[in-house]
Design a protein around this ligand. Sequence first.
Ligand code: EPZ
Length: 419
Amino acid sequence: MSGQKLIIKGGKPLNGEIKIQGAKNSALPIIAASLLCSGKVTLKNCPRISDTYASCRILSHLGCRCSFSENTLLIDTENLCCTHIPDELMQEMRSSIIYMGALLGAKGKCSLSFPGGCQLGPRPIDMHIQSLKKLGADIKEEHGEIECTALSGISGTKITLGYPSVGTTENIMLCAVTAKGKTVITNAAREPEIADLSAFLNKCGAKIKGAGSGTVVINGVKELHGCEYSIMPDRIAAATYISAAVCSRGEIALKGIEASLCESFLSVYEQMGCGIYAFDDSIYVNAEKKLHSPGKIMTLPHPGFPTDAQPAVMAAVCRTDGITIFEETVFEDRYRHVDALVKMGADIKVVGKAAVVTGQKTLYGAKVAASDLRGGAALTAAALGAEGITEISKICYIDRGYESIERDISLLGGDIKRK
Ligand code: EPZ
């Protein structure tokens, strides 16, 4: 699989409809949460991506059974017996740190190492560790190894986050859901994927209120049973395909996703001049008109503009009239897709946290490499609007979060091949 490339011939307006896949950033914490459940868990609309496969490898290593049938993932935790995750499994993705809270909640102990994942700047886990210590865990870190025990059990408490960290909010939820007593998280992350995790846990018998708001209240319960749950659609994948329509000046329909889930970024595409029409569970996008810069875009925790959509929107504005100024406030180094876009003819200047994009008439096909998951997806969108052939290497990054980006782009009429 490594060494594969995407070959894209740009210039043809996208035209078609696709179903949006299940959300990576909801599936990953929910798969980890299944460790807390005694009984079988059936996850529908689960994306088949390398990060969910990595999650299944972790669960199998811990003694669980996982099997995919199309987009349904069956998990049986009956033989969960291990609480150590080896480094090679931890290194496959950033979100493997979520197993700290899940194993503490399920078994009262765990040992693992610092997680891997996309390089977006330093990605410390200080808030994760501080928060789980407040819940009663004794955590020792040495040479990148983390040893957690909770000899006197996990007890609910009040935790105020210094920053609304998504992963930290999720780790607290997984650790506290079977704790003794009540846990209140203030300044919690408010991303929709947090609400999805809470809905899954509550369907398994948890007592969580307020997920998706800044204050989450978790009343600990003795144990959780299994359930059947359908994972929410991937709003960031939707942003990627909307950008592909904008780059190619096409018109597309995205099925299986409500516009309300995409409120934090849809207005940016409307400000560009796109026609965006919301139906019950689909979004219709018309990007055939002349498009202009949406102005200034600042990434923020939800409900602000999502950092994960920043690369896709940057690709979209490379060919809109005017100047777009990005300010990336969530990650320190999330402009690694800029060099490749500049190689394709974009005019982008990065100064610290800001990136200034001056729209150009055309982009040109080039040989580029994906630098991370969302950056690689953004290059795919940009290539569809470029003159000539673009070759994107290191697409293993893209496969971490997209089931088959070439399948979806082909269904939308794009000229794309994997080789
Ligand atoms: C989640 O990452 C997502 N990943 C990311 O999506 C997303 O970009 C991010 O949330 C923000 O929305 C998953 O859900 C699997 P954070 P996470 O903790 O949990 C700092 C994608 O492409 N921080 O909210 O790692 C951190 O360094 C991925 O799908 C600390 O300093 O994000 C960052 O600057 C990329 N100490 C900021 O907070 C900590 O202990 C936000 O991180 C934890 C975080």
